[in-house]
Design a protein around this ligand. Sequence first.
Ligand SMILES: [Zn+2]
Length: 325
Amino acid sequence: MDNMPVCHVCGITLTPQSVYKTSNSSCFFECPVCGRYEVGRDKMFSDFDMNHLASFLFYNAYKDEPGKDEKRYHALFRTEKDEGSVFVDKSMVESWYPKTFAERVDKILLYLGNHIRHIGQAISLSARETYSLLFIDRYENNDSARDEEDCNNEVKYFLDSLVDGKYISYSFVTEEARMIYVQISPAGYSRIDELQKNTGHGRDVFVAMKYGDKTKSLRESIRAGIEKAGYHAVFDDEVEHNAYITPEMFKHIRDSKFVIAELTHSNNGAYLEEGYAMGLGKQVIQICQNEVQIHFDTAQKNTLRWKNESDIPDILEKRIRATID
Ligand SMILES: [Zn+2]
């Protein structure tokens, strides 16, 4: 047992075959909880918050699934060598991580809804998966393990509060292994429906930006990035309506899976559209040219900065794959 490798993110023991050196400077992990990821060997997890990273990888894990030829994996350091690598850095994890109790609950319910195939079925989760699912901190000060009883009390508190909200029911399969069965209750399904109402399930992505001849090439770069990620870009300038907001535009935003806001030109319409999308609970990816100052209310939000328009397709594709898919 002593020589068995462990996943440094979630703490689970791995088989020797699931950890291997990919080069002198990198190491690949195949974890049943966190999915596939690659780290640099000298600065393995650099400045990540390990508790947040554990949940991020679990929720967004790339794993082998029956009938799906999945080649992607998370790269936790910058590497351009492989098609399948999806780069993740600290700011991406932090912008994804839930900020409030209510957001935590919503993310958990959506995860359960996506992973329980038929109504009334249960999902079984190991102790490590449960920690990641419920956003339970495993580490104190980002390195030493937190007291396990403390963690398990938080698990129980959280599960019980979801039961109190009538969102789920659960039972321990075996108390010792801390494996649980979770079922979604009717109120949980209603909440999931409500959350999904505001989330277009299609592949449409609304792009909020300044329209016109001067931004035509910028627009094409954004379109290319969206298409590379497998989505369809929707631009709202077919009709001339610069001076007023159309109901069609709001509908486009409502029907979009997520929204891209290009803020380089400080376009008021783009800020308004972003705000509307955020109010609907949609994810917004902000992009902006390097060095252009953006409005302070949105400046704290993680923004994808670009230097040349020709860089946009690649960086945008990677961001979409890492945060939306
Ligand atoms: Zn793991």
